[in-house]
Design a protein around this ligand. Structure first.
Ligand code: R5P
Length: 294
């Protein structure tokens, strides 16, 4: 039976692309607030014995998480055969360690909460650093879609003589893969984060790369400080104006306009934004289609 796909407070464009790729039926949710600002939710689709996919993109997650749990619980009570979550951006993965005494390691309770409700989770390039695999924190089956092949295709089509640059050691996993896929050189720099909006990047001499197009690649652009600090140093070292590509473009505050001063800014469509140029919908649909069939 073809799946039902419910869009919970997320991008309608990606939702309809996913529906088309999956040949899914649109799940209808009636949602509003009670006068006391608590959530009212009703499912107006017959989900009896059907696989149900909830598309709830968990960037800025705090306001989405309660409606998500209400929806999933109700789907089960109404007879859904199984329930998957597709969240192109998986939040609360960056606080993966107790950096200061007493801090919450967000990744762990967040993963436990979702695992208690869902049968399957699909996401794109979650921030895996000190946590090496989602299995370390999620107790349900998960599937990670990789953005590297999509970024490599885009760069291969649009840019001549690319030099890929990763701003910090964590970015090496993406930068190296994208570079290898189109047989281009890459370099990884060192970052020292001193605060939420304060980073130092150690850029090596780049004299030999002046005829290349620099392409900075990272998984997340949040405050944009990592990219911005690196781009300013690349300019000072005499490289051509280049590109800054983020898998997940969150762009807090003025990050987007500040970055545009220094480079062409590109992101994948995991988070809806004017910089989206790399469509993730088809890749995201593949594991969901398989799960719905199994
Ligand atoms: C963390 O290490 C990530 O890979 C990114 O480099 C980081 O999240 C970027 O954050 P921001 O844009 O706030 O510098």
């Amino acid at each position: 039976m073809n799946p039902l796909l419910f869009n919970l407070n997320s991008d309608p464009v990606l939702a309809s692309q996913l529906r088309a790729h999956l040949d899914a039926e649109e799940g209808v949710i009636n949602q509003r607030y009670f006068p006391d600002q608590e959530t009212y939710l009703r499912i107006d689709s017959n989900c009896q014995e059907r696989p149900c996919i909830v598309y709830c993109n968990l960037y800025q997650p705090n306001d989405k998480i309660m409606p998500l749990l209400f929806l999933v619980e109700t789907l089960r009570e109404l007879g859904a055969s199984k329930v998957a979550l597709v969240t192109p951006y998986l939040s609360y993965m960056r606080q993966d360690k107790r950096f200061l005494p007493g801090e919450c390691v967000n990744a762990r309770p967040f993963a436990r909460l979702l695992s208690n409700y869902l049968d399957f989770l699909v996401t794109i390039d979650p921030h895996l650093h000190r946590i090496h695999s989602l299995d370390e924190v999620y107790s349900i089956p998960t599937h990670i879609v990789k953005a590297a092949p999509l970024i490599a295709d885009w760069v291969g089509t649009h840019i001549k003589q690319p030099l890929f640059l990763g701003p910090d050691s964590e970015s090496e996993q993406w930068v190296s893969e994208v570079a290898q896929l189109i047989d281009a050189p890459f370099l990884v720099m060192e970052k020292n984060r001193k605060g939420d909006r304060d980073v130092e990047i150690n850029v090596p001499s780049l004299k030999t790369w002046k005829d290349h197009t620099p392409i900075l690649v990272d998984d997340i652009i949040s405050s944009g400080r990592t990219m911005l600090t690196t781009l300013m140093q690349l300019r000072q070292s005499g490289l051509n104006r280049g590109y800054c590509i983020g898998v997940h473009g969150i762009f807090a505050d003025n990050a987007y306009s500040e970055l545009q001063e220094e480079a062409e800014v590109i992101s994948t469509s995991t988070i809806p934004h004017p910089s989206n140029q790399i469509d993730v919908s088809a890749a995201l649909a593949v594991p969901l289609a398989q799960w719905a069939k199994d």
